[in-house]
Every structure is written in structure tokens, then in C-alpha cells.
Design a protein around this ligand. Sequence first.
Ligand SMILES: *Cc1c(COP(=O)(O)O)cnc(C)c1O
Length: 383
Amino acid sequence: MNTLHPADRDRLSTYISNTFDRAQNFIGYPIAQDFDYAPLYPLLKLPLNNIGDPLLPSTYDLSSREMEKEVLTFFADIFRAPEDNWWGYINNGGSEGNLYALYAARELYANGVVYYSDATHYSVQKNIKLLNMESIQIRTQAHGEIDYDDLRKMIDFNRHKPVVMVANIGTTMTEAKDDISLFRQIMQELRIDNYYIHCDAALAGVYSMLLELKPGFDFTYGADSISISGHKFIGSPLPCGIVLIKKNHKDRIGRQVAYIGTIDTTISGSRNGHTPVFLWYAIKCMGSDGFRDRAIACLANAEYAVKRFQEIGIQAWRNNHAITVVFPALKHAALLEKWQIATGGGVSHIICMPGVHKEKIDEFVADILTLEANTLLEAELVP
Ligand SMILES: *Cc1c(COP(=O)(O)O)cnc(C)c1O
């Protein structure tokens, strides 16, 4: 490669320093930032590609397939997947995991109806559209968990069709969790046998399992597939995620492709070969115990944030065992922009992911106070 033109070099170094600045005020999205993958940097010289099925060999061997398999096994274990009946792959994130799961559900139940709450991540609606599936949106309770009465009523109306349930294990805005045991109870009461449960655990899946939070949602509770994001709680410089599914559910998906010398069982063709190594490295460095300790620290920070907000008169709250701190939408545009705070349905939130520690929270609170003081001052100046 040629070297950069000096103007482009300047452009790049400005971009890099601005981006490091922006990373200092990043508390509005659920992304861990406390990772250090420096020992893996030599791999950035290689075009790793895990194309095709991760559990089968491929002619394309410049890959991290073996490590991907170890990562998948680690999560299959955490989510208590049936020992000889699971499959999965590392993908681009929770959205692709949801797409894969709905695809598998549709191959099982061509005329299935997807039920999901109105607090569900936007990828689910998009995926339903892509797959051309029938779907019904269900109301939520005030804190973001699905309304089981509404769910039951809607399923009852459509009881002649198979049910595909998307359960949230941590909704995007309030980190509310749906209870799949209650869902299964509804199936039993309505005598519906053909149903499929997908748990969208993108945000809270890993720590919910490690801290054994209730309600349970793993395979032993009846999940048919589970998806998580790798770049959220665990942390990765490149977006990634994991989807796991009961193996017998995906037997209809995949086709032998001579060109890659393996079976094409995933959604994308070429797949990131670096992200499995990042996840492998995180698992080996921290392990379940390390992840658990991180989660406990995050929960303590979330509790601290709620307290600090309340001290300055902001009605903040959080769901049980949630690291997402919710508060009425803030109006100061400069503050929202500086701290990259998402707003929806009249609320904003910060997410106490690893890397968002007490000092950050204090800084944010101080900014709110300063801005409010300025606003008051301006109000006083207006004649
Ligand atoms: C973040 C998130 C997703 C999407 O995950 P990506 O990794 O961004 O694709 C899906 N569902 C929930 C609940 C999420 O929080």
C-alpha cells in the first residue's frame, strides 16, 4: 500500500483523537469499554474468515473456527443447552441472532405467528418483515415487561396457528425481562403444542445467567434459541454476537456448498474471523468468575447512579437487578449530545456497563447541575 497524502494523514489523526474524546462520554449505550486486546493486534494483519458452519471443517482454513467452537461451547454451557443437541455461531450482533432465530422458527412453523412486546428491539420488527412472517405486537406493563393478559388474549384469538414467542431478557430502554415460564403456562392453559421460544438476551443474557437472576430463561426453562451481543457486556472493538439453538430445530437450514467445502448454515456468507478470537480471549482472561465480578460492580454503579440522580431531584429508577438507569427524558440538547444519551417514549437512560464507573456518573450529574443552573440564569435574565 502507498503511504497517505499528508492532508489525509491529518484527517485521520484528527478523526482518531476526536473519537478517543467521544469515547470519554459514552454512557448512553450498553457497550463495555474496559477491554484491552493488544496481544491480538498481530492478527489484524490476516484476513481471517469463518465462512460457513463453525462446527464443521471448511476448505477455507484461514480462520478462527476452532476458537469459535470453544466460545460457543462456553456459552452453550452457561445457557445450559442440551448437551448433544445444540448448535450456534458467532455473528454480527444481537440483531442477526434474532434474524437467525426467527428464520429457524419460520422453517419449523411456516404459518407461525410471532408475538413480541412493544418494548422489543427494533431488529425484531425488521426481521419479521424480511421473513414475511405474520406478527402481533403485545402491550407492555409500565416497567417494560410484556403484559401477559394481553399476550394470552391475542394468542387465544389465533390459537389455530403455531406461536413464535420473542421474549426480552432485558429490553433496550428499561432492561425489563419477560418471564418465559408464564408464557409456557399460557401455552399449557390454551393447550397449544406448536410453539417456539426465542430469548433476545442481547443486553442482559450473560450476567443474568451468571448471577442466576430470576426469572430464568435458559434452555432448561424452555428456550429454543437464545441470542446475545458480544460487544455489549463482554466488550469487543468490532460488533459481534452469538446465537445458540437446539440443533434439531435447524436441521432444515443449510446446504452443502462445494466452493467453500462445507455447509452454508449461517445468515451471512463470509463471517468475521477476528471477533471469535476477541471473545475467546475475554473468556480466557476473565472466565465466568471474572464476568460475574464485573456484573456485580455494574449493579453497584447502577444503584449509585439512581441515588445520585434522586439526590438532585431527578426521578430515576431501575428494574430489579438491572444496570440500566431510567429517568424522564432530559431536555438539554447539548447534554444529550455530549453524553450520547438515547431517548424514547419519554424516557432516557444511562447503562452502567463495565467502564461506566462512579466518577463518570458524578461527572454527568455535575453537567446536569451546571446546565440547569445556566438555564435558570437565562430564565432570570429574560425580562
Ligand atoms: C442491542 C440489542 C439488540 C441488537 O443487538 P446488536 O448487537 O446491536 O445487533 C437486540 N435486542 C436487544 C434487547 C438489545 O439490547
